[in-house]
Ligand binder design. Structure first.
Ligand code: SF4
Length: 436
C-alpha cells in the first residue's frame, strides 16, 4: 500500500470531503498515514473563505516542496496534491505558483480520483470542472468517533457580497432523499450515534429536485429511521427556515435543539451591503419564533467585523444584537477581501487592518460573555449527554443543544453512551456535571 497524508483546512464540508477522498483512495492502493515525512502522496484540502486560510495552504505546499526535494535527493519520489476551494478557484495557476505540484482537483472532482491517481503516475494533472460530487459509490473513511458527517446539499445561489463560496462550490445541488436515507442507514448500522447533516444552506435542500421534497420532509424521514441516534444540521439561512422545519424539530425525538443561523451583522445598512436577504427585524422574528416553540434551544451565529464601510456605530449594533437576542455562541472573523466578490472591489472603503483587529477583539469578548451567560442558564439542570471522548480520565460529551459537558464524578462510561447529567458549574466554553 502507498501512504497518503491529507491535511484538511476549513469547514466541516471539507472534513467530510476528506473522508470521501480517503475512502476512494483506500480502493486504489493507498492507506492514510499521519506523518507527512513518510507519505508517498501529500494532499492539502483547502479553504478559500479568508486569505489567512489560503496562506496556510500555501505555506504547507512550501514545506512539502522542500520535503519533495530532499526525498528526491535520497532517490524517493513523492507526489504533492491540492484540492478543495483554493484548487477550484485557482486551477492551473497553482502550477505556476508551485511548479513541483503533481495534482490539482476541485471540489466537484473527487469522484474522478480513481482516474486522476493513475494519470499522476505519468504526468501532472489539473481537474477542476463542474462535475457534481455528491453521489458517491465508494466507502467513506469516517474519522469522527461517534459523529458522522452527511452532506445533503452543496453550493449556494445567494451570492452574499463578501463570500467566495458560490465560485468554489458552485450553484445549489441537493442529493436525492433516497441517497441521503441510504447513507444515513449505513451510518446507523456502523454504530454512529450522531449524524450531522451538512450543506451551505440546509434549508434550501430539495429546491432543485422538483419532486416536492424539502428540508422538513427530509428531517421527518430521518427522524423515522430506527435506532438510538441524534440528528444535527448546519448551516441555516435565516429567512429560509420554514415553520414546517421549526415544527419538525419541536416534535422530533432525534433532532437536536440547535440552529446555526449566520447573521453576519446587526445593522440593516451593512446587511444590505452584504447582499443578505433579510433585515435585523426579520432575523429577530425568526429567533423569537424558534425560542417560543423549542425549549432549551441553542441558537448560534456568525459575525464579520470590519466589513467595508462599516462605521463604529454600525459595528456597535452587532454587539447590541448579540446581547438582545441572547445568542448562545457565535463564530467571528475580521472581513477578508475575496476574489470575484462584490465587496472585494470596495477597495476605497476597506477598514484599516488595525481597526478590524480591534473590532474583532471586542466582538470576541462579547461572544465569550454571551457563551458564559448561556451556560449559566443550565446550572442545576438535568441534561442528556452523549459521551464522545475521554481526556486525562475525564469523560466528555455534548448535550442535545450542543454544550460541551465534562463528567467530574470519576465514574467509568462508554464512548457513545447516553447519560443524564446534572450540571453543577459552568465555564465560558463548557459545563461540569455528575450523572444521575
Ligand atoms: S449564503 Fe452567503 S455566506 Fe453563505 S455560502 Fe452562500 S454566499 Fe456564502
Amino acid at each position: 500500500m502507498k501512504k497518503v497524508y491529507i491535511d484538511t483546512l476549513g469547514c466541516q464540508m471539507n472534513k467530510s470531503d476528506s473522508e470521501r477522498i480517503l475512502g476512494i483512495m483506500s480502493h486504489f492502493g493507498y492507506e492514510e498515514c499521519d506523518n507527512e515525512n513518510l507519505a508517498d502522496l501529500l494532499i492539502v484540502n483547502t479553504c478559500a473563505i479568508r486569505q489567512l486560510s489560503v496562506d496556510k495552504a500555501y505555506s504547507r505546499l512550501g514545506n512539502w516542496g522542500r520535503i519533495k526535494k530532499e526525498k528526491k535527493q535520497q532517490g524517493i519520489p513523492i507526489k504533492i496534491g491540492i484540492c478543495g476551494c483554493v484548487a477550484q478557484l485557482e486551477k492551473e495557476n497553482l502550477f505556476k505558483k508551485f511548479p513541483y505540484l503533481d495534482l490539482i482537483f476541485g471540489t466537484r472532482n473527487i469522484t474522478q480520483l480513481p482516474e486522476l491517481l493513475k494519470e499522476i503516475e505519468e504526468k501532472r494533472i489539473c481537474a477542476a470542472s463542474d462535475k457534481p460530487i455528491l453521489e458517491n459509490n465508494y466507502d467513506i473513511k469516517r474519522t469522527q468517533s461517534i459523529n458522522a458527517w452527511l452532506p445533503i446539499m452543496e453550493g449556494c445561489d445567494n451570492f452574499c457580497s463578501y463570500c467566495v463560496v458560490p465560485y468554489t462550490r458552485g450553484r445549489e445541488r441537493s442529493r436525492t432523499i433516497e441517497s441521503v436515507l441510504k447513507e444515513a442507514k449505513e451510518i446507523i448500522s456502523q454504530g454512529y450515534k450522531e449524524i450531522t447533516l451538512l450543506g451551505q444552506n440546509v434549508d434550501s435542500y430539495g429546491k432543485n429536485l422538483e419532486d416536492g421534497t424539502n428540508f422538513a420532509k427530509l428531517l421527518k424521514a430521518l427522524d423515522n429511521l430506527k435506532g438510538n441516534f441524534r440528528i444535527r444540521f448546519t448551516s441555516s439561512y435565516p429567512t429560509d427556515i420554514t415553520d414546517e422545519v421549526i415544527e419538525t424539530v419541536k416534535n422530533s425525538k432525534k433532532i437536536c435543539e440547535c440552529f446555526h443561523i449566520p447573521m453576519q451583522s446587526g445593522n440593516d445598512r451593512i446587511l444590505k451591503e452584504m447582499n443578505r436577504r433579510y433585515n435585523v427585524e426579520q432575523y429577530r422574528n425568526i429567533v423569537d419564533k424558534i425560542r417560543k416553540n423549542i425549549k432549551n434551544v441553542t441558537i448560534t451565529s456568525d459575525f464579520i467585523a470590519g466589513f467595508p464601510s462599516e462605521t463604529e456605530e454600525e459595528f456597535n449594533d452587532t454587539l447590541k444584537i448579540i446581547d438582545e437576542l441572547e445568542l448562545d455562541y457565535s463564530n467571528t472573523a475580521a472581513y477578508s477581501p475575496r476574489p470575484f466578490t462584490k465587496a472585494g472591489k470596495m477597495v476605497n472603503q476597506f477598514i484599516d487592518e488595525e481597526e478590524k483587529r480591534k473590532r474583532l477583539q471586542i466582538l470576541n469578548e462579547k461572544v465569550k460573555a454571551a457563551s458564559l451567560k448561556s451556560n449559566e442558564k443550565y446550572i442545576d439542570s438535568l441534561l442528556e449527554v452523549l459521551i464522545d471522548n475521554v481526556k486525562d480520565g475525564v469523560y466528555q460529551g455534548r448535550t442535545r443543544n450542543n454544550k460541551v459537558v465534562h463528567l467530574i464524578d470519576n465514574k467509568d462510561y462508554e464512548i457513545g453512551q447516553f447519560v443524564n447529567a446534572r450540571i453543577k458549574r459552568v465555564s465560558t466554553w463548557c459545563m461540569f456535571a455528575y450523572t444521575e
